[in-house]
Write a protein that binds this ligand. Structure first.
Ligand code: B3K
Ligand code: ZN
Length: 886
């Protein structure tokens, strides 16, 4: 497999103006008639037409109605001798068949639960018909679907339904058709069709700008009672994009369709979003608060793509962050703007940063590190990463920080004025934001700012303060650096916006002469604060104003001050995390560390109690502060990682916090457990989250003390809970503390929800992700894979067991006997034959193997080498394991 390079981009030799597709839908053999009108691109030297295709059976090719000569070369359909440019547009008709029922990759046209679905991004359209399957070729689509009426009563495609009815003639008994016209030009990756037995929740809306629209959420019959929240989220999304950015819905009809077989979260096909059921279906009996929040943000995300992605799309796949980074930023802002209280906004920000630091920072430090705008790839599906998405969103967020909220909205306006209907680059976006804000720091620093797009790796900012008591002067020295990443040995300094303030020793915010935002551009800066009465405590990178690692040598006393008083809630939380981190790292570094050893001191425990009992802090915020840094985050702070030591230390810390705060946890549980009628809003879900953490801690404490009261209460709660969040939290508390009541609770849970696929996913994931005790998780995982409800072909189910173990349970996965890695290699190979995209995600679980201590390191390398040695690997998995072994 050859690498594709960004610098090799060439405009297409042909444009496709119109596409008229006719499908005869049949699971075994679907017939696709593709009639296109093409013309030569006058800006490119005349050459053959090369159309992409994959796993297609070609029956006929006609040019202007005549049989034409063609050849198949490297999977492409090649046509020479096409009409010359002067002859204008020409017609090309291609007739192919494909086999949707055999499509286990879930790319292109496939069957799920007896219905047809498509997934075309990035390069799936070529599995439907021969095409110029690249995002800069935008065409007008007309689509006719023909199918059996009983099996496929609903026939959907992009745009507007213009005709439908029964099919006439012999062989068409009980068959019907529907014809759809998309009024907007689009790249092939946004094509979609759906056919099957589905029902819809419908909502008519009138937008602020006066348009009437029909919103629909399609699901399988029986799931309609779980569509209200998705519909509410969609209505909120439409309203938000109009209010915040002046971007209206540009379609008469906007559809969301849910399928239980889907490779990722959802897909923004024009007017016909296709979603993983996980991000559509919810009611209080089956979905947790987290599910509700995820649905809101994914529905928003896909809807916002309608402008950022669809109206303005990517020139090539290296520009993926143009739409993904920007749209993640937009969905994050949307969720924040829906929060009634500022404290809830801060909670959302902390959650987003936690994802960035536990998933993206490791990626940026590992073998798959790549710039937000990558320079090369073998398989584009491997570059739908946390770097392109989440770090990309941080880059957009920094632009907003540098030009202000209104300036950013003005930049977006200019972006659409310039580029509506075009396929463009990340440079075009940054230029528009800068040009709309000519006096801004962004405009002044644009070329340097764009290093965020070209340089991989997480920058490190070192901060050191110097106090001159005599002069009343505090000097802050900020130094930036960035470690080498694959292919990039040296890095130039980044533009780093550092939001900052100073606190007095009593915790009061100090008024200073310095602005609240300092923009780093050099390797080193000094900021001088004059006229201070006493040494201040600096609060740096407030709100996490840049995606960097901040190294700063705080004393415990300073961190305690920040935790108690910082006016910036992000840094308040961060101070608590730093206090915990410091203690964890000390214990991890202690070679004599033994289970049950004390890790936490009274000062730390008292500070945590203060937060927990605080009269004014939100429950959601308390839950975040009282949650210890994850094992993955701890591992990232170390050069050599002993996963078992990290696991033991973190477990010891959890147990100690459980026992030391016993009465406080009891108070917290009793105080927050009752919420009245269920509402998934941030305030009441925060209360449930804190009650859930308290219950988990109480069950953990009971484990050591032998107390049976709290496990009994947890079991009762599990049985009586009025919503899935409370029920699942109670179940998790029993499972995580390995109490004997866990087994009957799990059994009961399964019996209650045996017909709810998404709930069964939780049941599997909980067990595969539970804290390891003497290596008990791997055998349990192997048992789960033999369960009648397990199905490797269903991505959600495969992820719920295999990913929950390999990616989300380091203590269970990294075994001294290497059995976890052997299991991993077997599953990667097994999954690769079914679904390379899912397999390649799993393959990433060993990205950080080089950091592992022995015996893990050698065993991990052997497992990777075993996968790499397999002859017929997909490009997807081969690229990941090759880079890992490099
Ligand atoms: N754009 C899709 C992701 C497609 C992934 C292809 N491997 C979903 C999203 O980001 O909204
Ligand atoms: Zn997206």
């Amino acid at each position: 497999p050859v690498a594709i390079r960004r610098e090799d981009y060439q405009a297409p030799a042909f444009w496709i103006d119109t596409v008229d597709l006719c499908f005869d839908l049949d699971p075994a053999k679907t017939r696709v008639l593709n009639k296109m009108v093409l013309r030569r691109n006058p800006d490119v030297p005349a050459q053959a037409l090369r159309l992409d295709g994959e796993e297609l059976n070609l029956a006929r090719v006609l040019v202007n109605g005549q049989g034409a000569s063609f050849r198949i070369e490297g999977g492409q359909l090649v046509l020479e001798n096409l009409p010359a440019a002067e002859e204008g547009p020409f017609a090309l008709e291609i007739f192919t068949t494909c086999a949707p029922a055999k499509n286990t990759k879930l790319m292109g046209l496939y069957v799920s639960n007896g219905s047809f679905f498509t997934q075309c991004e990035a390069e799936g359209f070529r599995r439907i018909t021969y095409f110029l399957d690249r995002p800069d070729v935008m065409a007008s689509y007309t689509v006719t679907l023909r199918a059996d009426k009983t099996a496929y009563p609903v026939l959907l495609s992009n745009g507007n339904l213009v005709e439908h009815g029964p099919l006439q003639g012999e062989g068409n008994e009980n068959r019907h058709y529907a014809k759809w016209v998309d009024p907007h030009k689009k790249p092939s990756y946004l094509f979609a069709l759906v056919a099957g037995k589905l029902v819809a929740r419908e909502q008519r809306i009138r937008s602020r700008l006066g348009g009437d629209h029909l919103l629909q959420v399609y699901v399988r019959p029986g799931d309609l009672d779980k569509t209200e929240h998705a519909m509410q989220s969609l209505m909120a999304s439409v309203a938000w994009d109009e209010a915040r950015f002046g971007l209206p819905l540009d379609l008469e009809r906007f559809m969301i369709v849910a399928t239980s077989d889907f490779n990722m979260g959802a897909m923004e096909n024009k007017g016909l979003n296709i979603f993983n059921t996980k991000y559509v279906l919810a009611n209080q009996a089956t979905a947790t608060d987290t599910d509700f929040a995820n649905i809101e943000s994914v529905v928003g995300h896909e809807y916002f793509h309608n402008w950022t992605g669809n109206r303005v799309t990517c020139r090539d796949w290296f520009q993926l962050s143009l739409k993904e980074g920007l749209t993640v930023f937009r969905d994050q802002e949307f969720s924040q703007d829906l929060c009634a209280e500022p404290s809830a906004r801060a909670v959302k920000r902390i959650e987003d940063v936690r994802v960035l630091r536990t998933a993206q920072f490791p990626e940026d430090a590992g073998p798959m590190a790549h710039p937000v705008r990558p320079d090369s790839y073998v398989e584009i599906n491997n570059f739908y990463t946390v770097t392109v998405y989440e770090k990309g969103a941080e880059v957009v967020r920094m632009m907003q920080t540098l030009v202000g909220r209104d300036g950013f909205a003005a930049g977006m306006k200019l972006y659409f004025e310039r580029h509506d209907g075009q396929a463009v680059t990340c440079d075009d976006f940054a230029q528009a934001i800068a040009d709309a804000n000519p006096g801004s720091e962004l405009a002044r620093l644009l070329p340097q700012f764009k290093r965020w797009y070209s340089q991989a790796g997480t920058p490190r900012v070192h901060a050191a303060g110097q106090w001159d008591a005599g002069a009343g002067r505090y000097t802050l020295t900020l130094t930036q650096s960035c470690a080498p990443t694959p292919g990039q040995a040296l890095k130039e300094p980044f533009v780093i916006p550092v939001a900052l303030g100073l606190l007095g020793a009593d915790g009061q915010e100090l008024q200073t002469q310095q602005p609240a935002l300092f923009v780093m551009t050099e390797a080193q800066h000094q900021i001088v604060f004059e006229g201070l009465a006493a040494e201040p405590v600096p609060s740096l990178l407030r709100g996490f104003s840049a995606p960097v690692i901040l190294d700063i040598d705080y004393s415990d006393a300073q961190l305690l001050t920040l935790l108690a008083h910082d006016s910036d809630p992000f840094n308040r939380w961060e101070a608590g995390q730093r206090l915990a981190l410091r203690r964890a790292l000390k214990a991890i570094g202690d070679d004599g560390f033994a289970d049950g050893q004390t890790v936490l001191d009274a000062a730390f425990i008292d500070a945590m109690r203060e937060v927990l009992r605080h009269p004014r802090l939100d429950a959601a915020f308390k839950e975040l502060v009282l949650t210890l840094p994850s094992e993955t985050y701890l591992a990232e702070q170390l050069d050599v990682v002993d996963p078992q030591r990290i696991h033991a230390v973190r477990e010891a810390m959890r147990a100690q916090l459980a026992e030391a705060l016993l009465e406080d946890w009891q108070w917290a549980y009793e105080e927050h457990r009752d919420n009245g009628a269920y509402q998934p809003d941030p305030r009441s879900s925060g209360r449930r989250a804190l009650a859930g953490l308290a219950l988990a801690q109480l069950c953990l404490a009971a484990r050591t003390s032998g107390d049976t009261v709290w496990p009994g209460k947890a079991y009762q709660r599990f049985k009586d809970a009025g919503n899935m969040t409370d029920r699942f939290n109670a179940l998790s508390a029993l499972v995580a503390s390995a109490h004997e009541l866990a087994a009957p609770a799990l059994q009961r849970f399964h019996a209650l929800f045996k017909d709810e696929a998404l709930v069964l996913d939780k049941w599997f994931a909980l067990q595969a992700g539970s804290p390891d005790r003497n290596g008990n998780v791997l055998p349990a995982v192997k048992q789960l894979m033999k369960h009648a409800d397990f199905n490797l072909r269903n991505p959600n189910r495969a992820r719920s067991v295999i990913f929950s173990y390999c990616n989300a349970n380091p203590g269970g996965f990294h075994r001294a006997d290497a059995a976890g890695y052997v299991f991993w290699a077997d599953r990667v190979i097994e999954l690769d034959a079914i679904n390379p995209q899912v397999a390649a995600r799993l393959a990433r679980a060993l990205d950080r193997w080089k950091k592992l201590a022995e015996p893990y390191r050698t065993a991990a390398r052997e497992a990777l080498a075993r996968v790499a040695a397999k002859a017929d690997l997909s490009n997807d998995v081969r690229e990941v394991v090759t880079r890992a072994l490099d």
